[in-house]
Design a protein around this ligand. Structure first.
Ligand code: ARG
Length: 470
């Protein structure tokens, strides 16, 4: 049961302390990255003559053996070896003998774990950008199928003005586009190499950090060794970006839940994405969006959790920082699961166009447009607003909608009304009147779809350039 650091100790570690301080139960998720970092470090040690070329080669082969055993599930990690770094080193030494002990020359677990985290997160970020891209594509497909579907647009969850359903969906395409942009931007702060910082101050060995960076595909190395081992900003930033994505997903979730209720019936989620009730046979519950809405909370929690761990921590490494991992892993799992499900749920959802039309015909969301009509005839907007308010009240009292009124009825409220008002009030006219950049008129929405598709091509090119083909 000897520890890799046991030399200075006269007693065995208390079993409870071992269990409490060990991270292997969760940082085993970093096994691939840990070995990847070690392979580059060993190659550098050999190249610099810090260890012999034969030793470097023996270590390389040993690491590859350990890796293949881990991949096959043949290695059992042990709590007594604390974390993934020491578990792997132990197995390396078992595999190739004492020469394996040369791997840790010029390195500390502090710069090692930081390197692992950078390697891990840069992979996940590329995957998540790719997933966002796929979800955006699914939304765009639905938008394209709904460029003539008119639906009430809401403010305060009250019907406000009619819009194209495509326009509503494209709002989410913009939101997820910003999310992808944020992650792509953060990549340059993730893709920086900490290794070579040693425990905190650098190392006495003549290492070559830039060579290691190149081996591992890092664009830069950390400028300052203390910063290198104590920086977790890139994880906080990721958790913040993940929180925004979850927030966006939760808003879409909420709309899907509302829209699939009997009260709205605007969309129907595919049976494969809903669940039933154990007691009420008629129920079809939108569990997936509900759960995504709910899981948003834990991601926010991880963000605040890590910020709190880091608050007031003195430089450089502190054991507290081991707490950076579980929240990050859980966030990655939660987010990737949600994005994967959402892409398919959006792609398979049925849009109830007739029901949307019915809703549009039975509301006053064209009221702004008659006000604008009167303004066009010279009435000040504030006065027109008042006139239409009275007209709407008259409709409500008489169980009518604006399009049901006769011209005589209109004229009771203003002599400026004429026959053309009926065309002005048609949902199509109302929608197409918003013909400004970013507005809901059909030509604008078609142009927006085209721009979004061009943007998606750029994102796909970024993913292709940054993804790893193994
Ligand atoms: N398991 C540790 C962590 O995740 C690795 C670094 C340990 N370094 C140390 N000096 N104890 O933070």
């Amino acid at each position: 049961m000897s520890k890799l650091w046991g030399g200075r100790f006269t007693k065995q570690t208390d079993r409870l302390v071992e269990e409490y301080t060990a991270s292997i139960t969760f940082d085993k998720e970093l096994a691939e990255e840990d070995i990847e970092g070690s392979l580059a470090h060993a190659a550098m040690l050999g190249k610099q003559g810090i260890i012999s070329a034969e030793d470097a080669e023996a270590i390389r082969e040993g690491l590859l053996k350990v890796r293949s055993k881990i991949r096959k599930g043949e290695i059992e990690f042990s709590i007594a070896d604390e974390d993934i770094h020491m578990n792997i080193e132990k197995h390396l030494i078992e595999e190739i003998g004492p020469v394996g002990g040369k791997l840790h020359t010029g390195r500390s677990r502090n710069d090692q774990v930081a390197t692992d985290m950078h390697l891990y997160l840069r992979r996940r970020v590329v995957e998540i950008v790719d997933q966002l891209h796929k979800l955006q594509s699914a939304l765009i497909e639905q938008a394209k199928a709904n460029t003539d579907t008119i639906v009430p647009g809401y403010t305060h969850l009250q019907r406000a003005q009619p819009i194209l359903f495509a326009h509503h969906l494209m709002a989410y395409v913009s939101m997820f586009g910003r999310d992808a942009e944020r992650l792509m931007d953060s990549y340059k702060r993730i893709n920086v190499l900490p290794l070579g910082a040693g425990a905190l101050a650098g190392t006495t060995f003549p290492i070559d950090r830039h060579f290691v960076a190149e081996q591992l595909g890092f664009d830069r190395v950390y400028e300052n060794s203390l910063d290198a081992v104590s920086d977790r900003d890139f994880i906080v930033e990721f958790l913040a970006h993940a929180s925004l994505i979850m927030m966006h997903l939760s808003r879409l979730s909420e709309e899907l839940i509302l829209w699939s209720s009997t009260e709205f019936r605007f969309v129907e989620l595919d049976d494969a994405f809903c669940t039933g009730s154990s007691i009420m046979p008629q129920k079809k519950n939108p569990d997936v969006p509900e759960l995504v809405r709910g899981k948003t909370g834990r991601v926010y929690g991880h963000l605040v959790g890590l910020l709190t761990v880091l608050k007031s921590l003195p430089l450089a490494y502190n054991k507290d920082m081991q707490e950076d991992k579980e929240g990050m892993f859980d966030t990655v799992r939660t987010l990737q699961g949600a994005l994967q499900l959402f892409e398919r749920m959006i792609a398979t959802m049925t849009v109830n166009k007739d029901r949307m039309r019915e809703a549009v015909n039975q509301d006053f969301s064209n009221a702004t447009d008659i006000a604008d009509f009167l303004v066009g005839k010279g009435m000040p907007f504030r006065q027109a607003h008042e006139v239409i308010g009275k007209t709407v009240l008259y409709c409500i009292r008489n169980g009518k909608f604006l399009l049901d009124l006769t011209l005589d009825e209109f004229k009771q409220f203003s002599q400026l009304f004429d026959e053309s008002i009926y065309d002005v009030l048609k949902p199509e006219t109302v929608v197409n009147a918003r013909d400004v950049y970013g507005g809901t008129a059909k030509p604008q929405v078609l142009a927006a779809i085209e721009r979004a598709e061009q943007e998606l091509e750029r994102t796909a090119a970024w993913v292709a350039a940054h993804g790893e083909s193994e």
